[in-house]
Ligand binder design. Structure first.
Ligand code: CS2
Length: 491
């Protein structure tokens, strides 16, 4: 059996695969919440490169809110892990030395609170996924589940992301530890504003006293970001590839596409890594980039995921090969998405959409349709519903957006075109199932039932007869023909 990756085995790995900084020597300046594959292949890589280029005490303390798996693996490897960039013709693997430490919030929440109150920590980044924000996707209203509510009103150790943040900020204010930036790196609309909304509403929910609320208002910033890199969940194959290149085993390895992008609003009251030296774009307003990415890339991703899963395709690249799929997606981008917002200066939405399809066709990235399909209730608003609403406001009939919505509605009914079960992995799964069980099973009945989920579908959209008709029409067609004949026929 190969030896494990760690400080003691670094010399055994190929020189070009070694970290860009001396691991364990960079003092911590960032707390990151959410240790999933995406963070390791994105912000960790950018931050390590920024420190390698420009220095600074910007080591990352990686916090896993719940899962013990990654923490255990990283801890056994002196917090080292590798990222393999995978394209159709090459695999490049490099070990990343961005972490100064790791921490498991569920077993030691007060250690996280203490870190947030430490003056050395000046930036907090988050990749906790949409649902961890505990907000209605339609409105951004905080709707705390019992665990969050208990965190916000009680004095016990916090167990949830809103609880950790609020308790951390309160401790920071009391400790006089100075200003800090909280940076959402989740695929939410106006993610900086969402995070500010979360913190503000959570403080109010907890009845926090006015002086502390004021401290947060004056000392905490919430820069918005657009984050982009396709990083599927790690598989046995990912670990095998990393081991082949490194010559040592890496149980925390991740694989990702070569492409990466990060646009960040430059609003850091206590400094930040020189991320621009690592290729990030620092800007005054990330929202045009964010809309571009959420509506084109993520919207198209969800479209392929639902249609592909219904057609029994395992990966995004395989689903893209369904005849008629890419031409339908191009029409979705050109006819619905492109006209729904003002893109960043000089960017053509149609060209961006084409480049996205090329990236999705990377067959070396085995990104499962089921993975992208999960949590649809939390993803659809910013990926598809905003496009539909904006096109409706302009008097247009967004046919393709309606097809994506219909595909989700068929997907959540739990059966593929071939009658295979499809998993419904969604925080609103119970509400979705109950709505479906109560409604009629005709296409119109299903649309009515699901449009009744007001936390996802705003009243204006749900009450729009044109949208209902379009979605019900597509849903009926999907039921009658199935995805493949339907797409083939569109050509
Ligand atoms: C995907 C994203 O899983 C999903 O919902 O659409 O994770 C996507 O791969 C990233 O946003 C790409 O930047």
């Amino acid at each position: 059996m190969a030896m494990s990756l760690g400080l003691g085995t670094l010399r055994q790995i190929p020189v070009e695969s070694r970290p860009r900084v001396r691991p364990g020597t960079v003092p911590a300046g960032i707390v990151h919440l959410g240790l999933g594959a995406f963070h390791r292949a994105h912000q960790a890589v950018y931050t390590e490169a920024a420190v390698a280029e420009a220095g600074g005490d910007w080591g990352i303390i990686g916090v896993a809110p719940r899962s013990t798996d990654v923490i255990g693996r990283l801890a056994e490897q002196d917090n080292l892990f590798s990222v393999t960039s995978l394209s159709n013709d090459e695999a490049r693997t490099r070990v990343v030395g961005a972490f100064s430490g790791v921490c498991h919030a569920a077993s030691d929440p007060m250690a996280v609170v203490a870190r947030l109150a430490d003056p050395a920590i000046r930036v907090v980044t988050l990749t906790v996924t949409e649902k961890a924000y505990q907000m209605d996707p339609a409105t951004g209203r905080l709707r705390p589940d019992p665990a969050v509510a208990a965190d916000l009103v009680g004095d016990g150790p916090p167990a949830t992301v809103p609880g950790l943040l609020v308790r951390g900020l309160i401790s920071r204010a009391r400790a006089g530890a100075g200003p800090i930036a909280l940076v959402s790196c989740d695929n939410l609309p106006s993610n900086g504003k969402r995070l500010r909304g979360l913190v503000t509403q959570a403080l109010a929910y907890g009845g926090t006293d006015a002086a502390l609320v004021e401290w947060v208002r004056d000392n905490v910033t919430f820069p918005g970001t657009m984050v982009d890199r396709i990083v599927p969940a790690t598989t046995a194959e990912t670990l095998a590839t990393a081991e082949r290149v490194l010559g040592v085993s890496d149980r925390a390895a991740v694989a990702a596409e070569p492409y990466q992008q990060w646009v960040i609003e430059d609003d850091f009251p206590a400094g930040r890594p020189a991320w621009e030296r690592a290729g990030a774009v620092l800007t005054g307003d990330a929202s045009p980039w964010e809309r571009l990415k959420l509506r084109s890339l993520n919207g198209v991703h969800s479209a392929i995921a639902y249609l592909g899963a219904l057609a029994g395709r395992e990966t995004i690249a395989e689903a893209l090969e369904i005849p008629g799929m890419s031409s339908m997606l191009r029409r979705f981008v050109a006819e619905d998405v492109a006209g729904s917002f003002v893109p960043p200066d000089g960017v053509s939405v149609v060209e961006y959409g084409d480049s996205v399809l090329e990236r999705f066709a990377n067959a070396a990235i085995r990104h499962r349709t089921i993975q992208v399909a999960m949590d649809g209730s939390q993803k659809l608003p910013q990926r598809v519903l905003h496009t539909i609403a904006d096109r409706r406001a302009a008097g247009a009939s967004p046919r393709w957006g309606a097809l994506v919505l219909a595909a989700w509605m068929r997907f959540v009914q739990g059966e593929s075109d071939a009658g295979q079960p499809l998993p419904l992995d969604d925080p609103l799964a119970g509400r979705i199932r109950a709505a479906l069980a109560e409604g009629k099973s005709t296409p119109e009945g299903v649309v009515d039932a699901l449009f009744g989920l007001s936390e996802v579908f705003p009243a204006e959209l749900a009450g729009d007869a044109t949208v209902r008709e379009l979605v019900a029409g597509w849903l009926g067609a999907l039921e009658r023909h199935g995805v493949e004949p339907l797409l083939a026929d569109l050509r």
